[in-house]
Each structure stands twice: as structure tokens, then as C-alpha cells.
Design a protein around this ligand. Structure first.
Ligand code: F0G
Length: 352
């Protein structure tokens, strides 16, 4: 492509769209697959590790892949308003694409548990923001009920078009390295994305575009790990608010993916998440949000199990700028303030 046209046009024949589908796009997709260096060394084996940096999508997360599809199909069906529950990224993406498609968006969020950048986005993109005294799981129940009762389209990952759009990330990985990775490491919340990646890998495999299928390695924060412990968590907690989910709506699908891919679900602590988050920033120059760092934290945790000479892709689902509070409170940077504005003073502060 001379100009990337967005993922629907790029992968049209793999997606449930026709010439009649109005394509609502912000030119999402085609995100970088970046090789890592220092984490390789830390793992100490001859492995190739890449991150799929989906934080570089138009609203800063992988949700845009699903939202371009969900909103385009909603437009095709003459829908006038969409609704979602969100820990932040879905609401930002739904708000942006709904506006782009000339629709209203209503977003339910857990009051006080959405990172500042995400809330800012939903407001700027003109969503109707409804913060509830309850967590994401509760919000999702409400929007499911409302979308059944009223003429409003649900754009959470129970909407099948979301998964269709998100599967293109797997296509992009194979298109760029010529084969599926041995492991795909991914954070899990509602488990829509792991379901979508697997769909993409399976479709490309069946079409002969890859010779293998990856093991799907899903990671959750230990205080919000219903898929690891196989039970609903009533009061999920984690610093990674994006994946602060106790009752994932796609849990059956996630277990099927784990079984078929011979993968594994593992919990990581908030400390492991933050260590990985800091490492990516200061050693690799990559800034992701805490939930995304769970994929790196998980890989490091499972380093003994990594097959030698393998290729691994870790999905970085969201941009670090989404959660500035986490960044300001969790870094090892040198930050000297209140300095006098003269060169001697600054030279002294630098250490000359
Ligand atoms: N990473 C980030 C940055 C997310 O925002 C989410 C989910 C996930 C991982 C997990 O993806 O739910 O498909 O397993 N965020 C949703 C939201 C819940 O509302 O933005 P999943």
C-alpha cells in the first residue's frame, strides 16, 4: 500500500464485509512488531522475542481493530447509538469510532478505576460517560440487559464483529515474520483478544499461510485471575485497571483456545507487572500500559519453559500514555526539580 487504508480494506477478503458495508475507519492496524533485546538477555536463551505494539493504534489500544468492524457493521444496520461497558480502552475506542460514523455512544465505566488518559479520550470524543458505583463485571451486565431491551448496539467483545476485526493482528504477525510464533503471550481480561488472535492464527494456518499454530499463553493479574483459578472473582483488584475483571464474558472460548493451542494461563503479581513495565520503558524504549506489561511479566515468569530457538510474540495491548499516574508513580528515573535557571546550577545537577 502507498497509504495504509485501515485493516478492513487491507484484509477485506478475510472479514464479513461486502461492498455495501460503509467502512468507518481511522486507519487502524499495521502496528509495529518490534524485536526486543534486553529481555532476550534476561531470559538467557537463544529466542527471538517481539512485541506487537498495538498501543500505536489511533486511540492507543488494540480495541480499534475490533471497533472499526463493530461500528462499520452497526452503520450498515442503520444503528444510531452504541453502548459498552469498559475499563477504559473500549470506551475510548467506541467513542471515537461512533463519532466517526455519526453515531452516539454511551459508555459505562467503574467510577474511579479508569486511567486518566482513557477517561480524557471518552470525554474528548464526545461519549456520554456514565460512571457506576460498581466494577466492570457489573457494568457489562447492565449494558447487556439494556441492549436487549432498547434499540442500541452493544460493542463489547460479545459483539462478534469485534473479534473479527481483532483477529487481523494475528494476520499481521504472520505477514511480517512469515510464520506463526511458537508462543503468543497476551494479557487477558474479558478474553476477547485471545479468542480473536486464535481465530486469526487458525484461519491463516488453514489457508496455508503458516505451517504451525502458536501456543496461546494467557496472563492475568493475580488479584483478577478468574481464568487462571477457574472461578469468578467477586472483587477483582490490580494496578492494571484495564484487566480488573472477575467474570470474563468469553471464558468458555478462552478455555477452548487454551486446550486447542496446548497453551497455558498464568497469574502474575502487580509487582511483576510493574517490573516488566519499567523494564520495557528503560531498557527497550517502549512505553505500554500496565495491563500490557502482563504479557512480558508472564514470559519472564515462565522463562524456564521457553523452548530453545523459539520465536515469541508478546502483545502490548495499550499505550503507556493511557495511564500517566501509573507512570509517574512507578519509575526509577532521576527527576530533579526546583532548579535555578542558570547553566552553573544545571551543570552541577548533571554532575559535570
Ligand atoms: N489490555 C488492555 C490494555 C485492555 O484494555 C484490555 C481490555 C485487555 C488487555 C484485555 O483484553 O478483555 O480482550 O481479554 N480492556 C477492556 C476495556 C475490558 O474495557 O477496555 P480482553
Amino acid at each position: 500500500y502507498k497509504h495504509w487504508p485501515g485493516l478492513i480494506k487491507a484484509y477485506k477478503k478475510w472479514l464479513p464485509v461486502t461492498d455495501k458495508t460503509p467502512i468507518i475507519t481511522l486507519q487502524e492496524g499495521a502496528t509495529p512488531l518490534i524485536p526486543l533485546k534486553s529481555i532476550n538477555e534476561l531470559i538467557g536463551k537463544n529466542v527471538k522475542i517481539f512485541v506487537k505494539y498495538d498501543g500505536l493504534n489511533p486511540t492507543g489500544s488494540f480495541k480499534d481493530r475490533g471497533m472499526t468492524m463493530a461500528i462499520s457493521k452497526a452503520k450498515e444496520d442503520n444503528c444510531e447509538a452504541v453502548i459498552c461497558a469498559s475499563t477504559g480502552n473500549t470506551s475510548a475506542s467506541a467513542a471515537a469510532y461512533a463519532k466517526r460514523g455519526g453515531m452516539k455512544s454511551f459508555v459505562l465505566i467503574p467510577d474511579g478505576y479508569v486511567a486518566q488518559g482513557k477517561l480524557a479520550q471518552a470525554l474528548v470524543y464526545g461519549a456520554e460517560v456514565l460512571a457506576i458505583k460498581g466494577n466492570f463485571d457489573k457494568a457489562l451486565n447492565i449494558v447487556q440487559e439494556l441492549s436487549n431491551r432498547y434499540p442500541i448496539t452493544l460493542v463489547n467483545s460479545v459483539n462478534p464483529y469485534r473479534i473479527q476485526g481483532q483477529k487481523t493482528a494475528a494476520f499481521e504477525i504472520i505477514d511480517s515474520i512469515g510464520e506463526a510464533p511458537d508462543w503468543l503471550c497476551i494479557p487477558m481480561g474479558n478474553a476477547g483478544n485471545i479468542t480473536a488472535y486464535w481465530m486469526g492464527f487458525e484461519e491463516y494456518y488453514k489457508a496455508g499461510k503458516s505451517k504451525k499454530l502458536p501456543k496461546m499463553m494467557g496472563f492475568q493479574a493475580i488479584g483478577s485471575a478468574p481464568l487462571v483459578f477457574n472461578k469468578t472473582i467477586e472483587n477483582p483488584e490490580t494496578i492494571a485497571t484495564a484487566i480488573r475483571i472477575g467474570n470474563p464474558v468469553n471464558k468458555e472460548k478462552a478455555f477452548i483456545v487454551k486446550g486447542k493451542s496446548k497453551g497455558k494461563f498464568t497469574a502474575v503479581t502487580d509487582k511483576e507487572i510493574i517490573d516488566a513495565y519499567k523494564l520495557l520503558g528503560k531498557e527497550e524504549g517502549i512505553f505500554c500500559e500496565p495491563a500490557s506489561a502482563a504479557s512480558i511479566a508472564g514470559l519472564i515468569k515462565l522463562k524456564e519453559e521457553i523452548p530453545p530457538n523459539s520465536t515469541i510474540v508478546c502483545v502490548l495491548t495499550g499505550n503507556g500514555l493511557k495511564d500517566p499516574d501509573c507512570a509517574i508513580n512507578n519509575n526509577d528515573a532521576s527527576f530533579k526539580n526546583n532548579l535555578e535557571p542558570n547553566s552553573d546550577e544545571i551543570a552541577k545537577a548533571i554532575g559535570f
